[in-house]
Design a binder for this molecule. Structure first.
Ligand code: MG
Length: 252
């Protein structure tokens, strides 16, 4: 065998080195991406019913459709696009900002929130950067975090207004949106850990190489079942089970 062939074979076996661009973050430290509703607080009891009712009423008023049709549009757009807003913005002449504001306005938000006891303490004890990633609007997310007394624990809130790209509204579980959003925040995919109650988001994003935690403690009892899907690295009931070294498995 000639020297040049041997050299070529060795070169093929050698792993490709990727040069680190200036400004690329150093990998290693965990970056926690927290969903908001039914992750940092329980939304199923009071907030979701109120938002759903307000969305349906908004669609009836804006599009002049029946209640049944409005409910159908609301649920089918959420299923298809990740958020009702995306379907409305794509298919109907509505004002997205007005829609977000109207359906997330409550007389007494604080009274509607249900959170785990010791939430602020649990989050504060968790080392690493913490970011909120929600399909809800910015003002609502900040109002919830402030009412829960945990706003200062997060370095930033990425809400639906910040997920837009190339003139289009986007939302979880859009993969290009997450890649771009994390790049702008200086977060490497390999360092990101997503904590969510919505399984389809975890499923889509696990394929990008991020780690996934499925939190079930705020879900209605009939929804979670007992298993751990293959795209879930860790299944937890409470945020107090979050630990820096993320092992696969299930815990209370
Ligand atoms: Mg959620």
């Amino acid at each position: 065998m000639t020297d040049s062939r041997t050299h070529a074979r060795r070169a093929r076996r050698r792993p490709r080195r990727v040069a680190r661009r200036p400004g690329t973050p150093v990998h290693g430290a965990p970056v926690w991406l927290f969903d908001l509703d039914n992750t940092l607080h329980g939304a199923s009891r009071a907030i979701f019913p109120a938002i759903n009712a307000a969305m349906t009423q908004y669609i009836i008023d804006a599009l002049g459709v029946s209640r049944d049709e409005a409910n159908h549009l609301r649920t089918s757009y959420t299923h298809r696009y990740g958020a009702t807003l995306l379907g409305l913005a794509r298919h109907h002449p509505i004002d997205p900002h007005d829609f977000l504001k109207v359906v997330h306005t409550f007389d007494d938000l604080r009274a509607m929130l249900h959170a785990e006891r010791g939430l602020a303490r649990m989050l504060a004890a968790l080392p690493g950067r913490k970011i909120v990633l929600t399909n809800g609007p910015e003002a609502y997310a900040h109002a919830v975090l402030a009412a829960l007394g945990i706003e200062r624990l997060f370095e930033r809130v990425i809400a639906i207004e910040g997920m837009r790209a190339r003139g289009r509204w986007r939302a979880k579980p859009d993969r290009a949106m997450l890649r771009g959003t994390l790049r702008r925040a200086g977060v490497a995919l390999a360092d990101a850990i997503l904590i969510e109650d919505t399984r389809s988001h975890l499923k889509h994003y696990r394929r990008l190489g991020i780690r996934t935690v499925w939190i079930t403690g705020h879900l209605p009892a009939h929804l979670p079942g007992t298993g751990r899907p293959h795209y879930v690295d860790r299944r937890i009931r409470s945020l107090k089970s979050l630990k820096p070294g993320l092992q696969s498995g299930r815990s209370k």
